[in-house]
Design a protein around this ligand. Structure first.
Ligand code: ADP
Ligand code: MG
Length: 745
């Protein structure tokens, strides 16, 4: 029996889905596949797993719940454990690099990628009595289209009848917002008998939509001004602001905290408790700053709301998420004295989950809640008490060019469906308002309904290989709810043939070895080819580092003066040149720097000085931590698969010898042989073109435009004739990332 605490039980009883428990469980008991549709916040994710548990579905086997995002998997497992008074041993999560699953796990939250891996080793998913695919609508939305969910649904549509035949039935529950349910109910290839749909009514209050008359380019400034207006002129109620990414969140939070500082001692204490939790902030200092702010309040003149300017946020993209008050001396925002203090919190997926949890707690007394969020607050997490939504209408999209493989991030209009979701967040606790910072004309004419422009789909190499390993012969004929792009599938197939993972459409032994790793096939191949000369520890380390984004920073985030920044950059550049070393190690280039950086960080960690080391040498601390996890995981994976390989994660990994560095260059080439570039000689530069522009220019094998060695590349000194690169990204020019020399000159 589940014994819940009173407060929790009271909150549950307010959720509309609780009234439907009996009906839902009857339909689930009577049908192999059920669709549960309901607005965000109606209680699907937190309650349905509990219904299943109480109905006995976890007695013999486990309950699986898949989430398209890691944030949701972690935070929902914690929430459900709390509501049920169970520990994380029983309500657990598993995501790509971490988890807390035990033998006692009853309810297991995981990402859909993880479940897909499990299908490979146990096609019938025999551990589970029920699989709940949560947020199935996400697969249709602009930014997070997940092919994993599509494959899972396709596979489960076959697994469910198979389990039924064996007399060991598996239930499938697909949970979704009320979007495009026809994809599941009308697709006869997927489910021959259309599954029943249970609709959960949400208590949704009316939300008044306000469009801007004009659409301004500087949506961050608009968002700031709108928040100022709301906090100074409109009645009580939380504010939720949607922007596109971590940097935007942080910068806006900083400005709002500066404009509406906390006033009372308790509020300041709360914030300094928060700072203390950050662990990386001197509490005393935090307090002093806060108190200094408080004093400043009295001196500053009132400002005119109609003449409010905020400089554009042109700072370099950094992943720093710790918004300290010290950071903002370059933000010219004046404190507003006659308004209520604003309890401003950031929210985005990479924010540590204990910080995410803050948005669920009430603000300190006397403060208004204001959450600045990426689109995680759209459907994954529901924030209580929001009355005003400020929607910039934008979302950040990773573009991936199918032909060239160039990736870039662009800020894009979101879809109508997602704008409506955003607006809906204002009507959870009472009537609300949504301020759209764009005109109704833009919304009507420019926003897509919900479909995904083709170019935004990720490469499907790993997925294609995994399906092949599951003996799906003709991937094109697979019962996808929505078929992936044909060209994508073809490109994946040919790349896998090139890698040697497939031969004449069949998986090779190398292909099977590659598929075991939770990595892109090219990295899997690099590992599979490293059984010589003690290369494995280096390849593991390198692959781990290459799988994590932005390990080495280019521009310091902490210093404020330009001069200081310049000096730090120079110091980093010198260190990196030293790390690159001489001979083959130097030719290994950017990848040698990565290896050394990770090695040195690992060593600093054994001395308890990791954070300081990262700060001094321009490493992103979180990236280093993630690399470490991945190294451990890969090392274990290899130990399990190749018992005679003696690999350990050595905190004092010696740098590779010259021979090893040479072999590592070959290993890199074997995995990324399709990504080669040749130095453009100055003779090739056309008459009239600026030769100086071509100093660091290369011709990549599959691209027309030249690509360049990036700012910080240690190979700029050598300018090798041929290089192999990890990826090309586009900012003002096309740059190669992770470059290693193939031919010296
Ligand atoms: P759905 O999945 O239908 O969108 P959820 O089950 O996620 O709905 O949320 C139901 C309710 O539980 C929401 O009102 C939300 O605010 C609340 N809730 C979810 N997670 C937490 C949490 N960690 N702390 C407090 N309340 C939460
Ligand atoms: Mg949910």
């Amino acid at each position: 029996d589940v014994i819940r605490n009173e407060e929790i039980q009271a909150a549950r009883l307010k959720l509309p889905i609780l009234a439907e428990e009996q009906q839902i469980m009857e339909v689930v008991n009577d049908n192999p596949v059920v669709i549960i549709a309901g607005e965000t916040g109606s209680g699907k994710t937190t309650q349905v797993p509990q219904f299943l548990f109480e109905a006995g579905y976890a007695l013999k086997k486990q309950i699986a719940v898949t989430e398209p995002r890691r944030v949701a998997a972690i935070s929902m497992s914690q929430r459900v454990a709390l509501e049920m008074n169970l520990s994380s041993r029983e309500v657990s999560y598993l995501i790509r690099f971490e988890g807390n699953v035990t033998e006692d796990t009853k309810i297991k939250f995981m990402t859909d990628g993880v479940l897909l891996k499990e299908v490979q080793s146990d096609f019938l998913l025999s551990k589970y009595s029920v699989v709940v695919l949560d947020e199935a609508h996400e697969r249709q939305r602009l930014v997070f289209r997940s092919v994993y969910t599509d494959i899972l649904i396709g596979l489960l549509s076959r697994i469910v009848p198979l389990r039924h035949k064996r007399g060991d039935p598996l239930k499938l529950i697909v949970m979704s917002a009320t979007l495009r349910l026809e994809d599941f109910t009308l697709n006869r290839r997927l489910f021959r008998n259309p599954p029943p749909v249970v609709k959960v009514d949400a208590r949704q209050f009316p939300v008044t939509i306000h469009f801007n008359k004009r659409t301004n380019d500087d949506y961050l400034k608009d968002a700031f001004n709108k928040a100022v207006k709301i906090n100074t002129k409109l009645p009580e109620g939380g504010i939720l602001i949607f922007v596109t990414g971590q940097q935007e969140v942080n910068s806006l939070v900083r400005k709002l905290r500066k404009a509406f500082p906390l006033r009372h001692k308790e509020q300041i204490l709360e914030r300094s408790a928060e700072l203390r939790e950050n662990g990386d902030e001197d509490v005393e200092e935090g307090m002093r700053t806060a108190l200094r702010k408080k004093r400043k309040l009295k001196i500053l003149p009132e400002i005119n709301l109609d003449d409010y300017s905020v400089p554009g946020d042109t700072e370099h993209a950094s992943d720093d998420d710790d918004i300290t008050d010290e950071d903002d001396s370059n933000v010219e925002v004046t404190t507003i004295t006659n308004a209520q203090p604003l309890w401003t919190l950031p929210l985005y997926s990479l924010l540590p989950s204990h910080k995410q949890q803050k948005v669920f707690q009430p603000p300190p007394p006397g403060c208004r809640l204001c959450v600045v969020s990426t689109n995680v607050a759209e459907t994954s997490l529901t924030i209580p008490g929001v009355k005003y939504v400020v929607d910039t209408g934008k979302a950040k999209v990773k573009l991936y060019d199918k032909v060239t493989g160039v990736t870039s991030y662009v800020v894009h209009w979101t879809s109508k469906a997602s704008a409506d979701q955003r607006a809906g967040r204002a009507g959870r606790t009472g009537p609300g308002h949504c301020y759209r910072l764009y005109s109704s004309a833009v919304f009507n004419d420019t926003f897509q309904d919900y479909s995904v422009p083709e170019i935004q789909q990720k490469p499907v190499d790993d997925l294609y290989l995994q399906m092949k390993c599951m003996n799906v012969d003709k991937v094109v004929n697979f019962p996808f709810p929505t078929a992936p792009d044909l060209l994508q599938l073809k490109t994946a197939e040919s790349r896998l043939e090139t890698l040697g993972a497939l031969k004449a459409g069949k998986v090779t032994p190398l292909g099977r070895a590659i598929a075991r790793f939770p990595l892109l096939p090219r990295y899997g191949k690099m590992l599979a080819l490293s059984h010589q000369q003690d290369l494995l520890p280096y390849t593991i380390c390198l692959v781990a580092a290459l799988s994590v984004q932005e390990v080495l920073l280019e521009v310091p985030v902490l210093q404020t003066s330009l001069e200081e920044k310049k000096q730090t950059r120079q110091r980093w550049a010198t260190t990196r040149l030293q790390w690159a070393g001489q001979g083959n190690s130097q030719l290994l280039g950017d990848n040698m720097v990565l290896l050394k950086a990770v090695g040195a960080a690992e060593y600093a960690n054994t001395q308890g000085k990791l954070e300081r080391f990262c700060e001094e040498n321009g490493l992103r601390h979180k990236a280093v931590v993630e690399i470490r996890k991945l190294r451990l995981q890969l090392t274990n994976e290899i130990k399990n698969n190749v018992p005679d390989a003696e690999v350990v994660v050595d905190p004092k990994l010696e740098p590779p010898t010259d021979l090893q560095a040479k072999l590592l260059r070959q290993v890199l080439l074997s995995g990324m042989g399709d990504q080669i570039a040749r130095k453009i000689s100055l003779d090739e530069v056309k008459e009239g073109e600026d030769k100086a522009r071509f100093k660091y220019a290369y011709q990549a094998n599959n691209m027309e435009e030249p690509v360049f060695l990036h700012q910080g590349s240690v190979l700029k000194k050598l300018l090798p004739q041929f290089v192999v690169y990890q990826e090309v990204y586009e900012t003002n020019k096309m740059y190669m990332r992770g470059v290693t020399a193939i031919e010296p000159e």
